[in-house]
Design a protein around this ligand. Sequence first.
Ligand SMILES: [Zn+2]
Length: 234
Amino acid sequence: MDGDILLLLQLQEIDQKISSLEKRASEIPKEIEKLREEKENLVLKFEKVHTELKRLQALKKERELDIQTYEDRIQKIQEALDKVRTNEEYKALLREKAQVEEMIMETEDEILSIMEKIEELEKEEKQLKELVEKEKVEIEKKIKEKEEELERLKEEIDRLKEEREKLLKQIKPALLSKYELIRKKRGTALAVVDSDTCTGCFLVIPPKLYSSLVKGEQLHTCPHCGRFLFHKPK
Ligand SMILES: [Zn+2]
């Protein structure tokens, strides 16, 4: 096989490795971002429950103070009842007492339902806290692994690029620029000839060209797609 084609083959192999590693490397930051979002959402969920719990605990305290106020009021009504002179005054005080007692009952019901919600949320908060702690560790571990993978990829890409530089020095500049041109246009600049077909464009190449390729006399390009052709002896 022609020496030039061997160099181009090596170059193509390096270029394909670089491009596949670069593709992988470009995906990693997005994956890390997604993991960070996952962690943040979990923390937010916990904070939401935590805030609601604090609100309900404050509300419960407020309602308990309301009951205290109502009870003081009843105490005062009771004292007034002992000193009352007229029947109407007596009736009015009893009505007011009944109203305040009604309010106490309603408020007690409300406190009970707040307490039920608090109990549920406390359970949820506890579960979420455990989950957040567990997931935080897991997610941070995954992020670290991805960062390390990216680091390794970058090192490998740098190594391949150095190798590429060395190889370029051995390739004739005109050939190299043709290679770059075809690669830019077609994605790959070299194609294997299988039987009499270019595996780059899957078109049949002329018999004369094919026999010259088999003999490995000189460098040829596909008359259809322009890729450099090489023939692998079976
Ligand atoms: Zn072709």
